[in-house]
Ligand binder design. Structure first.
Ligand code: X90
Length: 278
């Protein structure tokens, strides 16, 4: 029997044979279409975004794409971004129902993280660990539901343009955001929506505010995963601050792939963190 974690590409990870299969979303800028998989040229996407002033959009994976991914293992654990802002979860759910009819012995567990990016990564890593420890399918399901309650997503953005243009944040929130030199700090709310916390000017202030938020939420040295859109410097600074305060913290930094790069936009930082140690 083989077991696999499957996630949509908003997790910012690439597929790793045998342990993670990533199902891509697609980003469209006019007639250019970018599939968020290992062939994506991120520089190309970001440059096109800079130059292109027309309408752009994204599309979630098709039911068929999820179904083909589900065929890779007998037991699959599917980790998706928030069902409130994307059809990704729903498409995976329909695929799992179709799979269940065709392959009644296959086991599929679906997890709507009500978040995205690095908060998905925390769950993916945790499920991979349980798989390696041969924890049963049912037990992984129960443990994962509980684990999701102890993970969070904080992010800072320099622009809300693509989120607002695609209806993922309200026009009201976007118009209240004075973009020039400002950064928006926001979180994934427990309901799976974008909840702005405050705006601040300058990277240093944003860093202080992020540290304040981690403390206020009860972060105490657990895992942190940070993805960034061409902002390795900001991500590494935050990592250094976290390690400075909690020296044994397990913190990893990596670049976003296509979907999060498109929505978080240049300079964006996404921070997934645990508030309970496991
Ligand atoms: O086309 C689609 O179905 C994809 C839509 C995705 C919409 C949101 C993606 C956000 C990516 C921005 C900051 C984090 C948001 C937190 C969500 C609760 C990254």
């Amino acid at each position: 029997m083989n077991r696999l974690v499957i996630a949509d590409s908003s997790c910012d990870l690439g597929s790793t044979p045998g342990s993670l299969q990533v199902v891509p979303l697609t980003i469209s800028l006019g007639t250019d279409s970018f599939v968020d998989d290992s062939n994506l040229n991120l520089g190309d996407l970001l440059n096109t975004m800079k130059e292109y002033k027309g309408k752009s959009s994204t599309a979630c994976p098709s039911v068929q794409a999820w179904m083909s991914a589900f065929l890779h293992a007998d037991e699959v654990f599917v980790v998706t971004m928030t069902s409130v802002l994307s059809g990704t979860y729903n498409s995976a759910r329909v695929a799992s129902e179709m799979c269940a009819q065709e392959f009644p012995d296959k086991k599929i567990a679906l997890f709507d993280t009500l978040s995205t990016g690095p908060e998905m990564v925390l769950l993916i890593e945790q499920i991979q660990k349980w798989i390696s420890e041969q924890v049963s399918f049912e037990e992984i399901k129960t443990k994962a539901e509980a684990y999701m309650k102890s993970t969070h997503l904080l992010f800072t953005l320099k622009s809300l343009h693509n989120l607002a243009a695609n209806g993922r944040v309200s026009k009201l929130i976007a118009s209240a955001f004075d973009v020039l030199g400002m950064r928006m700090l926001a979180i994934a709310s427990p309901e799976g929506t974008i909840k702005p916390l405050f705006q601040c000017r300058g990277d240093r202030r944003a860093l202080e505010k992020m540290m304040d938020h981690l403390k206020a939420e009860g972060y105490c040295g657990g895992k942190v995963r940070i993805s960034h859109v061409l902002n390795a410097e900001g991500a590494e600074k935050l990592k250094a601050h976290i390690i400075g305060m909690w020296p044994t913290a397990d913190v990893k930094v990596y670049p976003t792939t296509g979907l999060c790069s498109y929505y978080a936009e240049q300079g964006g930082l996404l921070v997934g963190f645990e508030t309970n140690l496991h």
